[in-house]
Design a protein around this ligand. Structure first.
Ligand code: NAD
Length: 361
């Protein structure tokens, strides 16, 4: 069966970085006979400019019919005055919710050569490779009742942290599946010593573990997890957690690496279909200057091949090519340290370097 990837370059630096990722995709598609076809659509601000909608019905349908989506980035100051429901971010939120992308994967990895960019000591983060899985569509951000009201003459704000057994089971399953493709260690993060919702979370995660005897499961309270992430981050393989805890922990973990232009991400549905995108935004400050680092998008492509298309050999090859480019001192300005051994390149030249390394790996 041919596999379909919808490509959404988006706005700002999006088209520049996606162009380089598509070159890499075309190369591995040909080399490994992956039978992948791609279709490109305007999305976000670019789509609003064309049609008045950040996400058209045609694009949505193509995304529904596709196996996976590769997104650049969306948004920019020129859309700040667009009607609220027509802004680029609305298109992204709608796409995530229409496709029921409930599982958010945020790897935090750091090539040893870039360890100086971290705020932690290089030896703590060199070679870091952890995956944080955040539940994206439930929990306290969506639970009710919620609001601000007056009680006994004083204002009170309240939210509800709620998870059903099914919601926990599907994110737990996603966590075990991801762990199976990595080092087979899963740490479930909760606050089961205080919250009933976490008690249920832990119970359901333990129950789901029966189906994954090869995975070593551990549990950690969220406050301890925050400490451990900055104390000894390399102890983790995969972390699975709720929406609120994951929001905070994944940002902390991402910043351990110190280089936003290097971080990929994915959002998956129950069948493993997913949308893959760099963690960073559309960087309007450098759009069109050739300074955008395409590696986060190229690494998002390798996640797509690994987690949705199960093409781990091609994914490994892309990651090895990126590692070799970094080892050879090739740097976009955002990851340059100023050392004399570095070769500073623009977006297209970084794409060239990865293409050359692909042939050599
Ligand atoms: P940003 O991530 O776009 O940029 C933050 C800083 O990092 C900027 O200095 C930028 O130049 C730099 N940077 C980001 N990506 C880079 C790359 N690949 N190479 C080199 N440098 C890079 O965040 P922002 O400035 O807060 O937001 C800009 C726009 O992006 C806003 O409209 C925001 O809404 C949007 N945004 C979109 C997404 C998305 O598409 N998922 C995510 C975050 C922000």
């Amino acid at each position: 069966m041919p596999r379909k990837i919808v490509v959404l370059p988006g706005d700002g630096i999006g088209p520049e970085i996606v162009e380089q990722a598509v070159r890499v995709l075309d190369a591995v598609n040909e080399q490994y006979k992956l039978d992948i076809s791609t279709q490109t659509f305007a999305f976000g601000g670019a789509s609003y400019d064309q049609s008045g909608e950040p996400l058209t019905e045609e694009t949505l349908k193509a995304c529904r019919d596709a196996d996976a989506i590769l997104l650049g980035s969306i948004g920019g100051p020129q859309y700040d005055k667009a009607p609220r429901d027509k802004r680029p971010e609305r298109g992204l939120l709608r796409l995530r919710s229409e496709l029921e992308l409930f599982s958010n994967l945020r790897p935090a990895m750091l090539f040893s050569e870039l360890a100086d960019a971290s705020s932690l000591k290089p030896e703590l983060v060199a070679g870091l490779d952890i995956m944080i899985l955040r539940e994206l569509t439930g929990g306290i951000y969506f639970g009710g009742p919620r609001g601000i009201e007056t009680r006994d003459g004083k204002q009170v704000g309240f939210n509800t942290m709620v998870y059903s057994e099914d919601e926990i089971r599907r994110i737990a399953k996603s966590g075990f599946e991801i762990a199976m493709q990595r080092d087979r260690r899963l740490c479930s993060v909760d606050k089961a010593n205080v919250l009933e919702v976490s008690e249920l979370w832990r119970e359901v995660v333990i129950d789901t573990a029966q189906h994954y005897p090869e995975v070593e499961l551990s549990h950690m309270y969220v406050d301890n997890a925050a400490m451990q992430l900055v104390r000894e981050p390399k102890q983790f393989d995969v972390i699975v957690t709720s929406n609120l805890f994951g929001d905070i922990l994944s940002d902390a973990a991402a910043m351990l690496t110190g280089s936003i232009g290097m971080l990929p991400s994915a959002s998956l549905d129950i069948n493993g279909k997913g949308m893959y995108e760099p963690v960073h935004g559309s960087a309007p400050d450098i759009a069109g200057t050739g300074k955008a680092n395409p590696l986060a998008t190229i690494l998002s492509l390798s996640m797509l091949l690994r987690y949705t298309l199960n093409e781990s050999v091609a994914a490994d090859q892309i990651e090895a090519a990126v590692a070799s480019v970094i080892a050879n001192g090739v740097r976009c300005p955002d990851i340059a340290s100023g050392s004399a051994n570095e070769q500073i390149v623009n977006t297209v030249q970084m794409g060239d370097a990865v293409m050359t390394a692909l042939q050599d790996t």
